[in-house]
Design a protein around this ligand. Structure first.
Ligand SMILES: [Zn+2]
Length: 263
C-alpha cells in the first residue's frame, strides 16, 4: 500500500480519500526516509552550531621576527618595556609625546628608587670629635621626596632630624643627616616608616641619648585620588632614646624648630 501512496500521481489523489489520518502519517514518514542524501545533509548542517572563528595564520618568519623584537626590547631595558606594556594596557597613545615615554619613565624611576642600592646608615660612619657636651643637634628644613608604596604616587614635604650625642661621643657631618633621610626616602615608602628608619639608623650607629625624625608631608594618593584632599598634610614624629616622652624639653625644641621650617 505504501508504494502505491508514494508513487501516486496528483490526479490520483482521490485514492487517498479513503485513508485515515494515521495512514497518511505513515506514508509521509516513509516518504521522508527516501529523501535524497543531499537534502538530508543540508538539513543536518543547518541544525549544527555556528563554527568557531578561524585563527589567523602568520608565516613562521613573521612570528619569529615579532618574538625576537619583543625579547630584544625586554632585554635592552625591562623597565622601559614594562612601562610600554603599561601604557598599551591602558590604551594610551599620545603620539610623539609618549613615543619615548617608556625610556623617560624608566630613568625617572631608577632615580626615585635609588635608595634600594645603598645602606643609608653608611653615611653615619664618618664621624668627628666633638665638645665634651655637644648638646642637642637639630637639622631642620630638609627636603623630603619619596614615593608611596601603596599607589606609587609622590610623597613630598619637609623633615627635621635631631639627636643628642652622649657626653664625649663623636658627631657626624650635618649634611649626613639629610643623606640618611634621602636614602630611605628613595624607596617605596610609608611616611611613618621613613622616620622610624632614620631614627633606628642614628640609634644603632651613633648610640645617642636620643634621636628624632619629624616629617610633614603631602601625599599624592590623598590629593590626586581617593578623598582628593589637595591641602592635607601629615605629621609624623619618630623618636628613640631619652625623649620618648612628648613632654621632654628637647623634643619640644625639635618640634618647634620643625614647625618653623615646615610652615
Ligand atoms: Zn598611597
Amino acid at each position: 500500500m505504501s508504494e502505491t501512496l508514494i508513487d501516486t500521481a496528483p490526479e490520483a489523489e482521490d485514492e487517498f480519500d479513503g485513508l485515515d489520518a494515521f495512514e497518511r502519517e505513515i506514508a509521509e514518514a516513509r516518504a521522508d526516509e527516501y529523501l535524497p542524501d543531499a537534502v538530508m545533509d543540508a538539513e543536518q548542517q543547518s541544525e549544527e552550531p555556528p563554527q568557531a572563528p578561524q585563527p589567523i595564520v602568520l608565516p613562521v618568519e613573521t612570528v619569529l621576527g615579532l618574538l625576537d623584537n619583543t625579547l630584544t626590547a625586554h632585554e635592552a631595558d625591562p623597565v622601559a618595556f614594562s612601562v610600554g606594556m603599561f601604557l598599551d594596557a591602558l590604551g594610551v597613545d599620545e603620539g610623539d609625546h609618549t613615543a619615548d615615554t617608556p625610556q623617560r619613565v624608566a630613568k625617572a624611576w631608577r632615580h626615585l628608587l635609588a635608595g634600594y642600592a645603598e645602606d643609608p646608615s653608611v653615611h653615619l660612619q664618618k664621624q668627628f670629635s666633638a665638645p665634651e657636651n655637644p648638646g642637642l643637634v637639630v637639622v631642620s628644613g630638609i627636603r623630603l621626596a619619596s614615593t608611596c608604596a601603596h599607589h606609587l604616587l609622590p610623597i613630598t614635604g619637609t623633615a627635621t632630624v635631631a639627636y643628642r650625642p652622649q657626653r664625649g661621643a663623636n658627631v657626624v657631618g650635618l649634611s649626613k643627616l639629610a643623606r640618611v633621610l634621602d636614602g630611605y626616602a628613595r624607596r617605596l615608602q610609608v611616611q611613618e616608616r621613613i622616620g622610624s628608619q632614620v631614627v633606628d639608623a642614628l640609634d644603632s650607629v651613633l648610640k645617642p641619648l636620643g634621636a628624632a625624625c619629624v616629617i610633614t608631608a603631602a601625599h599624592g594618593c590623598m590629593s590626586l585620588r581617593g578623598v582628593a584632599e589637595p591641602s592635607a598634610t601629615t605629621l609624623t614624629v619618630a623618636t628613640a632614646g631619652d625623649w620618648i616622652d612628648p613632654g621632654h624639653p628637647d623634643l619640644q625644641a625639635v618640634l618647634a624648630e620643625h614647625a618653623r621650617n615646615a610652615g
